[in-house]
Write a protein that binds this ligand. Structure first.
Ligand code: AMP
Ligand code: MG
Length: 400
C-alpha cells in the first residue's frame, strides 16, 4: 500500500484500475449520456436524395428570364416522388424537403413568384443549384460518422436516428453503491438532536454518481459500527464501485478502512498530498473498486469530482479525461506548500475575453457554500506556498 502520494500519482493509480465493464445493445431512446462501444459507419448517403430547400418552384435556370412565363406541370409535396420531367418552358411547384424533379436545376422561392392560371412568373433570376440541397451533402455512404468512445449527446441521438441506427452498442453502466457513515448523521427529513447533523453526503454523492452516468438507486447510511458496516459491504459485493463518505480517517470510530482490510480489500493507497481530502483511500475488493472519501462535505464532493467522476467515466468506457483549461488567477492565494489544492472557483471571461478565475470565498473544508457557488475547481499545485494574483492556473469546469 502506498501512502501520502501526490495527486498525479493517485489519479494514475485510480485510472489504471478502472476499465470498461463490457458492452450491451441499447435503444437510442435510452442512450443519452452513454458511451458508444462501436464505430458507426453510414450505410446511406445523407440526405439520401437531392431536395428542395424552399417552398417554391423547381425550374430549369436557363428558362428564368425577365418576363418569362413557365407552365406549372406538377405539385410535389415533401414525401412524394416527382412524376413528370421539367422540360423547356415548364416548372413544378415544390415544397421544402421534396425530391428535385428530373430536368430542374434550381428552386425559386415562392416569395418571389407570382402564379396565375397554371402559369408562373418570377421577379428575380436564378442560377444552377440555387436552393437545392444535394444528396450526400452531410454524410456519404461508407463515412465513419462516430468512433467507439463517443459520448451520446442529443445531436448524436439525432444523427444515429438519421442513419437508421435505432439501437447501438454501448458500454455497460456501472452499479455504484454510496455509503454514508457516522453516528452523528441523521436522515435529511429528521430534526437533528443535540450533536447531530443531517446527512448531506449521501444525497449529494448519489446525485454526483447519477450525473456521471452511474446507476445508483439509493444511498445507504451506516452507523459507526464495524459489524453493520461489514454486513452492508457483503450485501453489496456485486457492485462495480463502492463509495464511502467518512470513516476513513484516523478517528476512534473510523471503521470503514479497518472492515475493508478485514474483508481482504487490496488497499492501493491511503492519504494523498492534497487539500481537501488528505485521508482519501482507494482499493479493490474482488472486482469492486472502493473509494473512501473523508466525511467532510467539501472533501467528499470535491474528491468525488477529482476521483469518483473519472472512475465512473472510465468504467463507462469513456476516453481519457479532459486536460482542463487555463485561466488567470485574480487574487493571491496562500497554501501549504507540500499539498496540491483543489480550490473552488468562479471562472468567467473578463471584458477583454480573457479567462479569469477567483475563489468562491473562504475555503474552509467545512464550508459547503464554497462548493455550491463554484463553477470550476482550480488546481494549485504542490511546491508553492503562495500562488500570486496573475498566475495562470489549471481549472476543471464543473459539469453543472
Ligand atoms: P469523518 O470523515 O467521518 O471523520 O467526518 C468528517 C466530518 O464530516 C465530521 O464533521 C462529520 O460530522 C462530517 N460528516 C460525515 N459524514 C457526513 C454526511 N454524510 N453528511 C454531512 N456531514 C458529514
Ligand atoms: Mg465519521
Amino acid at each position: 500500500m502506498r501512502t501520502f502520494i501526490s495527486f498525479d500519482e493517485a489519479r494514475q493509480i485510480v485510472l489504471a484500475e478502472a476499465n470498461g465493464l463490457g458492452t450491451e445493445r441499447c435503444s437510442i431512446n435510452d442512450a443519452l449520456g452513454r458511451i458508444l462501444a462501436e464505430d458507426i459507419i453510414s450505410q446511406d448517403n445523407i440526405p439520401p436524395f437531392a431536395s428542395s430547400a424552399m417552398d417554391g418552384y423547381a425550374v430549369r435556370s436557363e428558362d428564368v428570364l425577365e418576363g418569362a412565363l413557365l407552365e406549372v406541370i406538377e405539385h410535389i409535396p415533401a414525401g412524394q416522388v416527382p412524376q413528370r420531367i421539367v422540360t423547356a418552358g415548364s416548372c413544378a411547384r415544390i415544397m421544402t424537403g421534396a425530391p428535385i424533379p428530373e430536368g430542374a436545376d434550381a428552386i425559386i422561392p415562392r416569395e418571389v413568384s407570382q402564379e396565375k392560371d397554371g402559369k408562373v412568373q418570377f421577379s428575380t433570376p436564378t442560377q444552377k443549384g440555387k436552393h437545392i440541397r444535394p444528396a450526400a451533402e452531410d454524410v456519404r455512404k461508407g463515412d465513419l460518422v462516430f468512433v467507439n468512445g463517443q459520448r451520446i449527446t442529443p445531436p448524436v441521438v439525432g444523427m444515429l436516428a438519421t442513419l437508421g441506427k435505432d439501437t447501438v452498442r454501448v458500454s455497460k453502466r456501472p452499479n455504484v453503491v454510496v455509503f454514508s457513515t457516522g453516528d452523528e448523521v441523521v436522515s435529511p427529513e429528521k430534526e437533528p438532536g443535540p450533536g447531530q447533523i443531517r446527512n448531506s453526503n449521501g444525497p449529494a454523492l448519489r446525485a454526483q454518481v447519477l450525473m456521471a452516468g452511474g446507476l445508483c438507486p439509493a444511498y445507504v447510511h451506516l452507523p459507526d459500527n464495524p459489524a453493520t458496516i461489514r454486513e452492508a459491504i457483503l450485501a453489496n459485493s456485486g457492485a462495480d464501485f463502492m463509495i464511502f463518505s467518512g470513516g476513513v480517517s484516523v478517528g476512534d470510530h473510523d471503521y470503514v478502512k479497518e472492515v475493508l482490510d478485514d474483508l481482504g480489500m487490496e488497499l492501493m493507497f491511503w492519504k494523498v498530498r492534497q487539500r481537501p481530502g488528505k485521508p482519501l483511500a482507494f482499493g479493490r475488493l474482488g472486482k469492486t473498486l472502493v473509494l473512501g472519501l473523508p466525511g467532510n462535505p467539501v472533501s467528499s464532493s470535491t474528491c468525488f469530482m477529482m476521483y469518483g467522476n473519472p472512475i465512473i467515466e472510465a468504467l463507462l468506457g469513456a476516453r481519457e479525461p479532459d486536460a482542463g483549461e487555463r485561466a488567470v488567477l485574480l487574487e493571491d492565494v496562500t497554501k501549504v506548500s507540500n499539498l496540491h489544492y483543489f480550490a473552488r472557483g468562479i471562472l468567467r471571461q473578463d471584458a477583454e475575453g480573457l479567462s479569469v478565475v477567483s475563489l468562491t470565498g473562504p475555503q474552509g473544508s467545512n464550508l459547503f457554500g464554497s462548493v455550491v457557488k463554484a463553477n470550476c475547481i482550480l488546481h494549485l499545485p504542490e511546491g508553492v506556498a503562495l500562488v500570486e494574483k496573475g498566475t495562470v492556473v489549471q481549472v476543471d469546469r464543473l459539469s453543472w
